[in-house]
Design a protein around this ligand. Structure first.
Ligand code: ADP
Ligand code: MG
Length: 531
């Protein structure tokens, strides 16, 4: 069957089918197959949920372009995106989809000259793709009129939420007509998003692509247990065992990002750092280098990496654990995209193991324990790569054109044996590669109590009328962790202890960290007994 047929069946016009063909899409992605007919055939507001990299842009872009008329008399659709990069990407994707249609689509974001944007808006625009701040600027200057729009799209709604755009979005929504259709897209569905939907969308329906796991199947997920001090060495080994490594290394802070990137550069890798203190100009330059593979390691914070649309990463490395399960999903969503396989590697220190288990549970992710590459294995990989490179060169070099090389090799062969020559050339070119001492040792992580349980300290005791039963009830009521999972409850005068499995411990600790009464959480991990 013609591969475009599956797109045609969704009701897509011949014009857009031609663009789809040009883009090389073969079949609609699941979210596209589900939501495109819904947009065409109903008038409801819709919530589209599918993981990152599943083609949500085209899922709303195609029907919107097709449904809008071509008279350029007013802004007919507004698409809100969290970042400047996403804004540009979405505008670009829509422009490549519109085909012969005269729909005018422009990105409107902070950082670009507002006068230029005003001029463009005055010339007449059908679809505005914008970031919240700049859209509000235009609304206040009355250079953008959103009172006749047919569609409002909230793209990457969870990211907008993370970036604190709620009030901005509400402001923008208040400046739009009530007859529009609202479409909301998000990879995850935290309760705040459901609340926005409740408040601002009518007859809204959720169109979700069921994921047994939140994460993508194409991504192989592995964790390595390493001590904090050995993370860098572990990173280098991973990099060295993968000859065509192309990945993002995520760190928690700007300082970590700079440290790791600088150490990588010192060790001769082509890496760059990306974080909030990097100027917009630098950022664009770095991203361009990364896209062109002039550098193959990008070290970044979560915020800085938002909206980077690079789909063929071989690796995502969590140098530090992500803050929460949702950022784990976001981070690793950057590999295994568009049908390509990728590997997500997470470094876990012994102290962080509980948090990893929690992430696995909430993200429904299967993360297997891996063994770090051994120095011998890396050396073998390097040898194989060198053989491959030499063979490839031998097969492709045109000696006619390299007359001097030809002459030189004959001359050398007259003076030395082939073996002497090969050895000399190899040591000149690759001598450093086999220096085992450039790798430092990675210590085994101290096997901490891994019987799958954690002892918790609760700052409530007999003086607060606590009993084992009341304590268990209290924990259940607050966190939903059932009484049968609580063991060895010991109530003292001022405090108590309770033992729970790791996963539940994380649920309980997270709850009490978020709901502090005083300075300290009411439940904390008990200090380890030194015995
Ligand atoms: P999301 O918003 O869900 O994260 P995007 O819309 O950014 O995903 O799409 C990710 C990539 O997949 C883009 O490069 C896009 O062009 C591509 N893409 C979208 N739909 C298809 C499809 N049906 N087949 C192949 N590639 C697609
Ligand atoms: Mg998107």
């Amino acid at each position: 069957m013609n591969t475009l047929e599956k797109f045609r069946e969704l009701g897509i016009s011949e014009n857009i089918l031609t663009s789809i063909k040009k883009k090389g899409f073969e079949a609609p992605s699941p979210i596209q197959a589900k939501i495109i007919p819904e947009i065409f055939n109903s008038t409801d507001d819709l919530i589209g949920q599918a993981q990152t990299g599943t083609g949500k842009t085209a899922a709303f872009g195609i029907p919107i372009i097709q449904l809008l008329s071509e008279e350029r008399n007013k802004v007919k659709a507004l698409i809100l995106t969290p970042t400047r990069e996403l804004c540009l990407q979405v505008a670009e994707e829509l422009n490549t989809l519109k085909g012969k249609k005269k729909t005018k689509i422009i990105p409107v974001y902070g950082g670009q000259s507002i006068d230029l944007q005003i001029r463009r808006l005055q010339e007449g625009v059908d679809i505005v793709v914008g970031t919240p701040g700049r859209i509000i600027d235009h609304l206040k200057r009355k250079t953008l009129n959103l009172s006749h729009i047919e569609f409002l799209v909230l793209d990457e709604a969870d990211e907008m939420l993370n970036m604190g755009f709620i009030e901005d979005i509400e402001y923008i929504l208040k400046n739009t007509n009530s007859t529009k259709r609202t479409l909301l897209f998000s990879a995850t569905m935290p309760k705040e998003i459901k609340q926005i939907a409740q408040k601002y969308m009518k007859n809204q329906r959720v169109v979700a692509v069921e994921n047994k796991t939140l994460t993508t199947d194409l991504t192989d997920q592995i964790y390595f247990e390493v001590n904090e001090d050995d993370k860098f060495e572990a990173l280098c080994r991973i990099r060295d065992i993968v000859p065509d490594f192309y990945g993002i290394v995520f760190c928690r802070t700007k300082v970590d990002v700079d440290n790791v990137a600088n150490k990588l550069i010192d060790r001769g890798y082509s890496a760059e750092a990306l974080h909030g203190d990097i100027s917009q100009y630098q950022r664009e330059r770095i991203l361009k280098k990364f896209k062109n593979k002039q550098i193959n390691i990008l070290v970044a914070t979560d915020v800085a990496a938002r909206g980077i649309d690079i789909s063929d990463l071989t690796h995502v490395i969590n140098y530090s654990l992500p803050q929460d399960p949702e950022s784990y999903v976001h981070r690793i969503g950057r590999t295994g995209r568009a049908g390509k396989e990728g590997t997500a590697i997470t470094f876990v220190t012994p102290d962080e193991y509980r948090r990893l288990v929690y992430i696995m549970r909430i993200a429904k992710a299967k993360i297997k324990k891996g063994d770090l590459p051994k120095v011998e294995d890396i050396i073998e990989t390097k040898k194989a790569k060198i053989i491959e490179e030499i063979k490839a060169t031998a097969e492709t070099v045109d000696y006619e054109k390299n007359r001097h090389i030809d002459e030189l090799s004959k001359e050398l062969l007259g003076q030395l044996t082939p073996e002497q020559i090969v050895k000399a050339l190899l040591s000149m070119n690759y001598g450093d590669e086999f220096d085992e001492s450039s790798y430092s040792e990675i210590r085994d992580t101290k096997s901490v109590n891994r019987k799958g349980k954690a002892r918790l300290f609760v700052s409530m005791g007999k003086e607060n009328n606590a009993t084992p039963k009341s304590l268990a009830d209290f924990i259940y009521e607050k966190t939903g962790v059932e009484q049968r999972l609580l063991r060895e409850i010991k109530v003292f005068d001022k405090f108590s202890f309770v033992t729970v499995p790791y996963e539940e411990a994380e649920v309980i600790l997270t709850y009490f960290k978020k709901n502090k009464r005083g300075k300290r959480p009411m439940v904390e991990i008990a200090k380890e007994k030194k015995n």
